[in-house]
Ligand binder design. Structure first.
Ligand SMILES: *Cc1c(COP(=O)(O)O)cnc(C)c1O
Length: 352
């Protein structure tokens, strides 16, 4: 098999989805499986759907196109605000989009009218993380405008926390969203059926609270794919953390001084040079680099450690492992490393 490669265990993706769906269902919360970190892999999305996800969330229209071409039949939610330049595609290829801008809503409305169809709209509310969202005091007005636009149907509200600023989605934030839902319903005289409370960072709250309020949907990516929650990056009880494994091949294995010598400037990527410790190290180089992964997000096998990386070389302390040139080494991945490995054309994807 070729190296480097990402081994993707679809059974683990389905298991993680099913476990989360079963834990959230009694609380009245559906799971939208977010496949963006897999670049819209049809098999990953299919695994999420087989695990009980109610729909698929995607950030990019290219990924939605890949899913549709791969015969994934699901409700598609565009979770990044539509680009003005893509409204026709958004209306054609997705069922629902998350929105914050009046001008985009106008364009979606025009596109839906042109296509003689209806597009569902969720308004995203800014609750303090300071990424996307309509200010709280403007939500009711914008919601009312959506209901007046031909071709658009206001179906709900949502929010996204813990992404730009790490703001925790706690009971207060979720209560605030639920209260807004009721204000909007009172103003527009219709019931909202999609209240999407957040991403994997909401799980701590959702699984512990005795009051989910009006929240009825979570958009889950990292927790399904990696089995971890994004606030402390801890494994979630009962989930598999080995759905994705990165395999790289060793191209050099030597015992070297642990400390570099000679005058020192910056490293290839502008980091302060690490002086290293005295003594010797059993060091291996894997044929993969920063172009393909984020070295800080790699989890080396027990007894090994990632020492450094440049564009094409990953330097590993292999400890007492008796490794040889040509051998493969497997790593676990954090979210950043996963996204980069998925995006690298040099890393083949092996789904099984
Ligand atoms: C990426 C993203 C998600 C999924 O986040 P995870 O932490 O991977 O669960 C949900 N909603 C929005 C708006 C996103 O951008």
């Amino acid at each position: 098999m070729t190296a480097p490669r990402l081994d993707i265990d679809l059974g683990a993706v389905a298991h993680n989805t099913r476990t989360l769906v079963e834990r959230l269902a009694p609380r009245g919360i559906r799971v939208t499986g977010v496949s963006k970190a897999s670049l819209g892999s049809p098999s990953v999305a299919a695994a999420m759907l087989s695990g009980g996800a109610g729909g698929i969330g995607e950030s990019r229209m290219e990924n939605v196109a890949r899913l549709r071409a791969g015969d994934v039949h699901a409700a598609f939610m565009l979770i990044r605000s539509p680009m003005l330049s893509q409204v026709d595609r958004v209306v054609r290829d997705t069922d629902l989009s998350l929105n914050t801008e009046g001008v985009v809503l106008d364009a979606l409305s025009a596109a839906a009218v042109r296509q003689r169809t209806t597009h569902d709209v969720v308004l995203m509310v800014e609750l303090g993380d300071l990424r996307e969202g309509v200010p709280v005091d403007e939500v009711v007005d914008l919601a009312a405008t959506v209901t007046r636009r031909p071709g658009l149907r206001l179906v709900g509200l949502g929010t996204n926390l813990a992404c730009r600023s790490g703001v925790v989605p706690d009971q207060n934030k979720m209560d605030e969203l639920s209260e807004l839902v009721e204000k909007v319903e009172a103003a527009v005289g219709e019931r909202l059926t999609v209240v999407t409370g957040g991403n994997s960072a909401n799980l701590d709250w959702a699984l512990a609270t005795s009051d989910v309020g009006r929240i009825d949907d979570l958009r889950l990516g990292e927790s399904i794919l990696l089995g971890t929650e994004p606030l402390q990056r801890q494994p979630i009880d009962g989930l598999r953390t080995d759905a994705f494994t990165l395999v790289a091949e060793l191209i050099e294995v030597k015992t070297k001084p642990a400390q570099s010598w000679g005058d020192r400037g910056q490293t290839a990527f502008g980091h302060e040079p690490d002086r290293g410790r005295p003594g010797l190290v059993r060091q291996a180089i894997a044929a993969i680099g920063r172009q393909d992964i984020d070295p800080d997000g790699l989890v080396a096998p027990p007894g090994m450690a990632v020492l450094a990386a440049s564009s094409d070389h990953l330097v590993i302390d292999v400890g007492d492992h008796d490794v040889t040139v040509g051998e493969e080494v497997s790593f676990g991945l954090g979210y950043g490393a996963l996204v980069r490995a998925m995006t690298s054309p040099f890393v083949t994807k092996h789904e099984h």
